[in-house]
Design a protein around this ligand. Structure first.
Ligand code: YH5
Length: 343
């Protein structure tokens, strides 16, 4: 067996480059990559100009540059925003003030009006130590919110690890499934997701919400997360979910230290090699607090915007955020500056 090869596009820029390639069909270009080799031992990483790449890298380079087809009807030629609606009484990001279905619906409608491309509805907290709820309760929380938003024309994703919730949400009009366990937690999830015909977001998590922050270690966090997502994409394809129906997500904060989260964001362009759109969810997460002298969740917007812009600069197509209007403003300014650089 030859050692697996990883290619990370380096320094994506809005300017066209001689001998350069587009990044996933977007208005970003790259002319150098970091070539990674890792067979489970010590990882090797070195920069390389595209023209100097070994021939074996050709197919992966094509995957990195090809335009992505629309995901759930959403064009992927520029970054979009997914707004977060928690239908949980214990969320400490929103103080639980969205548990009321009417308030959750109002919040989702406001995000949609502000320009969100998706509204992500979740009823189960995956925070460490969160009290488990039953399936019936999860469905009771999310179904009316998904149904009302979908009826209003909102593109809704359902954030769940449970097949029965996926099925109930699909029936209520959800446009996509978002599973932080990449369809591994519930033995019925792969089949239910496949049968629903809906597109699916596959996220990486190390361990379970209870154990994931207990001293997570990786030989190379980006290569390991890449391999996991590649394996989950293959499992989905084998179950009848085409790659064009998949979106991948490195799972910021799920079984990662601050340094792991920073590496994954810095090296995000690597994941375009999976041939799927990339989703990045870092909004208000604990590592932002850790990088800002312990700011509480409600005061993490500036750091959240920094991550959203860093993700967009590396070609992330979907940014999962609490603050839709604020993130769209930052992205609009970034885009205008990029266009000014390109001309
Ligand atoms: C994600 O990254 N995350 S639920 C702790 C916080 C703030 C926010 C205050 N579902 C993701 O949002 N789905 C969640 O500290 C997700 N990607 C995808 N695809 C956790 C969350 C959060 C946790």
């Amino acid at each position: 067996m030859t050692t697996p090869l990883y290619l990370e596009p380096l320094e994506p820029t809005p300017r066209r480059l001689p001998g350069g390639r587009a990044l996933a069909g977007q208005g970003l270009h790259f002319a150098r990559v970091e070539v990674g080799r890792w067979d489970g031992g010590s990882p090797e990483r070195q920069p390389c100009a595209l023209e100097a790449l070994p021939q074996a890298a050709g197919p992966l380079l094509e995957v990195l540059s090809a335009p992505r087809p629309p995901f759930a009807g959403l064009a992927l030629d520029r970054p979009s925003v997914m707004g977060i609606v928690n239908v949980t009484p214990d969320s400490f990001s929103d103080g639980g003030d969205l548990f009321d279905p009417e308030q959750a619906i109002a919040s989702g409608l406001e995000m949609w009006r502000a320009g969100a491309a998706f509204v992500d509805v979740g009823g189960e907290s995956t925070r460490p130590g969160a009290a488990p709820i039953g399936l019936e309760e999860e469905i009771r929380r999310v179904r009316p919110v998904v149904a009302a938003l979908a009826a209003a024309g909102v593109r809704v994703s359902i954030d769940t690890r449970h097949a029965a919730v996926m099925a109930a949400a699909a029936e209520a009009g959800a446009a996509a499934i978002n599973d932080v366990t990449a369809l591994t937690h519930d033995p019925d999830a792969l089949a239910v997701a496949a049968a629903s015909g809906l597109p699916v977001v596959l996220m990486h998590m190390r361990g379970t919400p209870e154990t994931m922050q207990q001293d997570p270690r990786y030989a190379d966090v980006a290569f390991e997360v890449f391999d996991y997502l590649a394996e989950r994409v293959a499992a989905c394809e084998a179950a009848g979910i085409a790659r064009s129906r998949l979106c991948v997500d490195p799972g910021i904060g799920f079984g990662k230290t601050v340094a792991h989260n920073c590496s994954l964001i810095a090296r995000l362009a690597l994941f375009h090699g999976l041939g799927c759109p990339l989703l990045l969810g870092a909004s208000r997460k604990a590592f932002i607090g850790r990088l800002s002298a312990g700011e509480p969740a409600k005061r993490r917007l500036p750091g959240s915007l920094a991550v959203a812009l860093a993700g967009a600069a590396r070609g992330a197509q979907i940014l999962r955020v609490h603050d839709v209007a604020e993130t769209l403003q930052a992205l609009a300014v970034q885009r205008a500056l990029d266009e000014a650089s390109a001309h």
